[in-house]
Design a protein around this ligand. Structure first.
Ligand SMILES: OC[C@@H]1[C@@H](O)[C@H](O)[C@@H](O)c2nc(CNc3ccccc3)cn21
Length: 448
């Protein structure tokens, strides 16, 4: 028996995207290249040789896309700023046309009554900074802070919600541990260093915001709850290692003043004793935490798997998405209640939640029927409502994603949008899930 679904009257419903995945025109109007421009140019890095040169052409079509958001009745829109549009060299001279684009986007959103929620870094590091070591160079904390100050000064009068980083775990694990994402490194020592520098940069930017800003700032982390495949000690230990590495690595230093001890055990001499002063910087008070939830993982011990010695266990009865993620809405409830138990009550936003399924437009009527995405959305709404009923202070939900877009190294083949994009014609078509989401927004969930 499912529990009654209820959301607070001021609950904020929105959608989320990121710059490199939707904008296109990466070098337009003086912008500099990012590490994703470089990564996509290396054959084999991205499926089908896809890249962000055009993507959803949002750089030119942002007014059309804001009108879509208004058509859906969205109250907020989470987007990221491309650092190298603002600072083509990553630091130094400001590119005014880059600032102008985001200023126009923000004004268009506000004109439609849609709150802009800005992510300052969503993986697209300026290539010029990568040439100076990127996240491996301790100076990046200052480079990032200088960049964020420019945006705080330019937009804090109109932007009331800022997030420093999107998913430092993915940046580190994909970009420096396994090399599956830009900049494509595979090095344990580099992964540890990049991870810590990301957190130093985060703390430094929050510190700067406290001097300049008047609204709220937080961080966005991905949480994938881990469940042991068995109650054997090996599997219980493996589950704890996986949870420490993916879920606690970034929130513990912010809220508890130290990294999970499992990290030193896993990384060995690749994990130094970080300076105590760094934790004062990292531990800046936040106004909210953004959580991206997609799936859970059932974990077993696997000694042969570098470096965590864990392996996922597929669940035979479960539904899996096109990205191989189990549909497990209970994991959303568990993520939120566990967060509150570990770090205490504080405002939380679900900044990403969605699913990739293959839903081609109907040849006759052009409609895009996406029943599996609808089922996933409905179940996640129930799970979110259950977390609220258990007292978790969830303030809003941003569906990932507004548009089908460039799914990083998976290219355009994996589609998360509630709006279908024909990448040849750039035609947008509301999927059935978009109509449902519009009803959810309009009724504040009462339609469910
Ligand atoms: O994969 C869907 C989205 C992606 O398009 C967003 O840019 C990114 O913020 C995002 N994060 C996750 C969840 N975390 C994750 C886990 C393993 C690999 C990659 C991402 C999913 N997504």
């Amino acid at each position: 028996m499912s529990k009654p679904i209820h959301f607070p009257p001021d609950f904020i419903w929105g959608s989320a995207t990121s710059a490199y995945q939707i904008e296109g025109s990466p070098l337009a109007d003086g912008a500099g290249p990012s590490i994703w421009q470089r990564f996509c140019a290396v054959p084999g890095n991205v499926r089908d040789g896809d890249n962000g040169d055009i993507a959803c052409d949002h750089y030119n079509r942002y007014k059309e896309d804001v009108a879509l958001m208004a058509r859906l009745g969205l109250k907020a829109y989470r987007f990221s700023v491309s650092w190298s549009r603002i600072l083509p060299q990553g630091r130094g001279a400001v590119n005014q046309p880059g600032l102008d684009f985001y200023s126009k986007l923000i004004d268009e959103l506000l004109a439609h009554g849609i709150e802009p929620m800005v992510t300052l870094y969503h993986w697209d590091l300026p290539a010029a900074l990568d040439d100076r070591g990127g996240w491996l160079n301790p100076d990046i904390a200052d480079w990032f802070t200088d960049y964020t100050r420019i945006l705080f000064k330019a937009f804090d009068g109109r932007v009331k919600s800022w997030a420093t980083l999107n998913e430092p775990w993915v940046v580190t694990d994909g970009g420096y541990m396994h090399g599956t994402l830009a900049p494509g490194h595979r090095n344990l020592h580099e992964a540890a260093l990049a991870s810590h520098n990301l957190m130093r940069a985060h703390g430094s930017a929050v510190q700067a915001y406290r001097e300049i800003g008047r609204h709220q700032i937080g961080i966005v982390v991905n949480i994938e709850p881990k469940y042991p495949a068995s109650q054997s000690q090996e599997d219980l230990d493996a589950t704890r290692r996986a949870d420490a590495y993916m879920n606690r690595q970034y929130l513990d230093p912010i809220f508890l003043g130290s990294y999970p001890p499992e990290l030193k055990q896993m990384f060995g001499d690749a994990w130094p004793d970080w300076p105590a002063a760094d934790f004062d910087l990292i531990g800046q008070k936040l106004d909210f935490v953004g959580i991206n939830y997609y799936t859970r993982s059932v974990v077993r011990n696997e000694p042969s798997n570098w470096p965590l010695k864990v392996a996922p266990v597929r669940q035979p009865q479960a539904t899996y998405t096109e990205t191989g993620w189990e549909v497990f809405p209970q994991g959303l409830t568990d993520t939120l209640t566990t967060f509150t138990q570990r770090y205490g009550p504080m405002p939380v936003y679900i900044m990403e939640n969605g699913s990739a399924f293959y839903d081609p437009p109907n040849a006759e009527n052009g409609r895009v029927h996406d029943p599996l995405r609808i089922d996933c959305l409905r179940k996640n709404m129930q799970a979110l409502s259950n977390a609220l009923a258990q007292g978790v202070d969830v303030r809003g939900y941003m569906v990932w994603s507004l548009l089908d877009n460039l799914e990083w190294s998976l290219g355009f083949a994996k589609r998360f949008g509630i709006v279908h994009v024909n990448f040849e014609t750039q035609q947008r078509t509301l999927k059935d899930s978009a109509y449902l989401y519009a009803d959810i927004v309009a009724s504040n969930g009462a339609c469910l």
